[in-house]
Design a protein around this ligand. Structure first.
Ligand code: MF3
Ligand code: CO
Length: 261
């Protein structure tokens, strides 16, 4: 069942999503060689608390992190720990906040210094794929129009799209209907996906791979990694479907302050 948000509920979503965007930007400032991923996780907890929110991930199905920190071959759900970030890494940060009863969910992948050309291209293509998906999030379109836009942007660039994890509706709960895959099923198979309507709030989140799209879960039970060990990227926004242009609720409206972070 898809929950449509009233204008009042959308205002609440905006606040939660703005907080999520600010925290994501501030955590991104902390990404530096020598830092342990655990330090980012701990700092994020304080940033969320300061804004009157808390992690939407902590405790979700037993998840033990405040945020997700996924380095290089780690795709998503990276559980922070003792791993030290190194020069040349890429680091995916996923921040979900509950504030005022609503969830804001967003992610980005940052480069640590100079990275390989092909990996930088992966980041650029994945972010562009996210915006292609967002552009398709219009009333009257279907979920599969988002999926197709993302997939085309990624695959024409010769990168892989992860099949096992998908975007989702988001609101009072982190995961609501509909699911938003980053690929479309073969033509003619399955029934048509859900029609998009004004008031839907969606987390669109392409997860991509530089090599093969096959992934597996590490023995920690959470961290998703590429089977071939090649890098992976992840970008995510929470978006509201409107009668006109899609509204990017997690669009950052303020500069992150290094002092605050
Ligand atoms: N942004 C991810 C998602 O919406 C993060 C979930 S992490 C989890 O699925 F730990 F909460 F599962
Ligand atoms: Co999400």
């Amino acid at each position: 069942m898809i929950v449509l948000k009233s204008p009042e509920e959308l205002s609440c979503m905006r606040l939660a999503c703005q907080a999520a965007a600010e925290v994501l930007a501030e955590v991104a400032l902390l990404v530096a060689p020598g830092r342990k991923t655990r330090e980012l996780d701990e700092a994020a907890a304080e940033m969320m608390r300061k804004r009157g929110g808390r992690s939407a991930f902590l405790g979700y199905r037993g998840y033990k992190g405040q945020i997700c920190v996924s380095v290089n071959e780690e795709v998503v759900h990276g559980l922070a720990g003792e791993r030290r970030i190194q020069y040349g890494d890429i680091v995916s940060l996923d921040v979900g906040i509950v504030l005022g009863g609503f969830v804001g969910d967003n992610a980005t992948t940052v480069a640590v210094g100079m990275i390989k050309f092909e990996t930088q291209r992966l980041l650029d293509v994945t972010e562009r794929a996210l915006y292609a998906g967002i552009a398709a999030a219009r009333a009257g379109n279907r979920v599969e129009d988002i999926s197709r836009a993302v997939q085309q942007a990624v695959e024409t660039a010769k990168f892989g799209v992860v099949r096992e994890f998908v975007g989702h509706g988001v609101g009072r709960k982190l995961h609501e209907d509909p699911q938003i895959p980053n690929f479309v099923e073969q033509r003619g198979r399955g029934r048509k996906s859900e029609m998009l309507r004004a008031g839907m709030t969606l987390a669109i989140e392409p997860m991509t791979t530089q090599g093969r799209p096959d992934v597996e879960v590490r023995s920690d039970g959470w961290t998703v990694v590429t089977k071939d060990g090649l890098p992976s990227a992840h970008f995510e926004h929470t978006v509201a479907v409107t009668d006109g242009e899609p509204e990017i609720l997690t669009c950052r409206k303020t500069m992150p302050s290094a002092a605050k972070a």
